[in-house]
Design a protein around this ligand. Structure first.
Ligand code: HEM
Length: 426
């Protein structure tokens, strides 16, 4: 069974993609999960506050990842009967799944080593796959039971619900419903796509307050984003981040630093049978695998002056990135979500979540650097680019210090938003 990502362009891909885009990721569907988002944020703030009281210093990476994942699991399987233990198990397993698909090294001079690593990797993947079936299939079954019990009154509420009624097109073995195992693959793809994609930010520390007030709630992007409920006089009233966030966050502060150096799925070159396509003078054989270096494209000085500098005000009115098109449909100045017919269908969700989570944390808590531990934005490549300093291998994964909750006196919102943004996606 193919997932959306792995399906070749054709009827099956179209059916799967349309289902996800129209029944789960469409803006009109996103508000269904506002309660899950609110719960995740208040759980996150409570977790941070608890940890802060105990230890004084908070490592938020894990807490943040769990909170975001909670929302995704709710979007995937609905809220009914989802307890924290199940969410924690799904989170851990998906994390294992993601790390296991990364970075297989080929030792050219030692084919035996390469082979051994390959078999080890395969064995691990198969074990994860089996455990995914064990964990996710009961959640899908619960959705089926809810549907059967509701009869005609059934209203789809989550991704798994939408898959229950989906029919495989005739050309692909057709006219049948998806099997449970196929649904497990698609749910796993959903959970994986939604959490580990990331953007990097840079130069946050030498960046002053951008121009322009950001407290205008009318500019908040989503109905349930905190910007919409921003307290006047609260620290977000003077926070510079909100206006620049909708573009800046996806643009990586500096123009468009995407999740990784490639971070687009490889595409196969088209062209005549047995022929080749010419690209910038290079001959690319049909079916050759083509990778796009998104990060390099986004740092083109001809398009983005001072490209490597973190300057989010470039996305505010009057800046060179004011109307930048993230989907590549009008022009391509950056393409963190890809472009063309395979463009990421999830684009609206990370933009909403990023803003919601980051601004909620900035609003609810006062943040400070740990003395002597400056925020380190150096990157490290995992499944995607993450912050190097948050690496447990450093033995000192100290990220930030929360001094007290519910204060509105943060004077360094911009750095913090940058910083939290990196953490959220790592
Ligand atoms: C910051 C977050 C995200 C980034 C940077 C991102 C980026 C991308 C990119 C670059 C592609 C490849 C496009 C191509 O090859 O042309 C892609 C594909 C995809 N993304 Fe995302 N994505 C994000 C979040 C999500 C979310 C939240 C979902 C769904 C829950 C999602 C679902 C998908 C799917 C299903 C595809 C395959 C589309 C296809 O092959 O037709 N993504 N994404």
């Amino acid at each position: 069974m193919h997932t959306i990502t792995s399906a070749a362009y054709g009827p099956l891909w179209r059916v799967l993609r349309r289902n996800l885009a129209a029944k789960v990721l469409h803006p009109s569907c996103l508000c269904r999960h506002a309660a899950a988002r609110r719960r995740a944020v208040s759980g996150l703030v409570a977790g941070i506050t608890r940890q802060m009281r105990g230890e004084g210093v908070v490592v938020i990476e894990g807490l943040l990842h769990r909170a975001m994942f909670h929302v995704l699991v709710s979007m995937c399987f609905g809220d009914d009967g989802l307890d924290d233990a199940v969410v924690a198990s799904v989170t851990a397993l998906q994390r294992e799944f993601l790390t296991s698909v990364v970075g297989f090294q080929v030792f050219g001079a030692w084919p035996a080593v390469t082979k051994l690593l390959f078999w080890r990797r395969l064995k691990r993947m198969l074990s994860i796959r089996r455990r995914q079936e064990e964990l996710l299939a009961p959640l899908i079954r619960a959705c089926r039971e809810r549907r059967d019990a509701a009869g005609d009154n059934f209203a789809e509420d989550c991704y798994a619900d939408s898959l229950l009624g989906l029919k495989i097109p005739a050309e692909d073995g057709g006219g049948r419903n998806l099997t449970e195992s196929e649904m497990v693959c698609l749910c796993s793809e959903f959970l994986a796509s939604g959490t580990d994609s990331t953007y990097r930010r840079r130069d946050a520390m030498d960046h002053g307050e951008p121009r322009g007030a950001a407290g205008d709630p009318s500019k908040a992007p989503g109905r349930d984003t905190p910007g919409h409920r921003c307290r006047s006089g609260g620290h977000r009233g003077g926070a510079p981040a909100a206006d620049a966030l909708p573009q800046g966050r996806s643009a990586g502060g500096a123009p468009a630093a995407p999740a990784g150096p490639l971070h687009m799925l490889p595409h196969a070159a088209t062209g005549e049978e047995g022929g080749a396509t010419t690209l910038e003078g290079f001959s690319v054989p049909r079916q050759a695998s083509v990778n796009f270096t998104l990060a390099g494209m986004a740092l083109d000085e001809a398009v983005w002056p001072d490209a490597k500098r973190f300057r989010p005000e470039r996305f505010l009115p009057g800046g060179e990135g004011e109307d930048v098109d993230l989907t590549g449909s009008k022009e391509i100045k950056m393409m963190p979500f890809g472009a063309g017919r395979r463009v990421c269908p999830g684009i609206g969700l990370p933009l909403l979540h990023l803003e919601y989570f980051v601004l909620s944390l900035v609003r609810e808590l006062e943040w400070k650097e740990v003395p002597g531990e400056p925020v380190e934005l150096t990157e490290r490549l995992q499944m995607s680019l993450v912050m190097k300093a948050a690496a447990p291998c450093h033995g000192r994964p100290v990220d930030a210090q929360v001094t007290h909750a519910h204060s509105c006196t943060c004077t360094r919102d911009m750095q913090l938003v940058e910083y939290l943004d990196l953490l959220i996606m790592s």
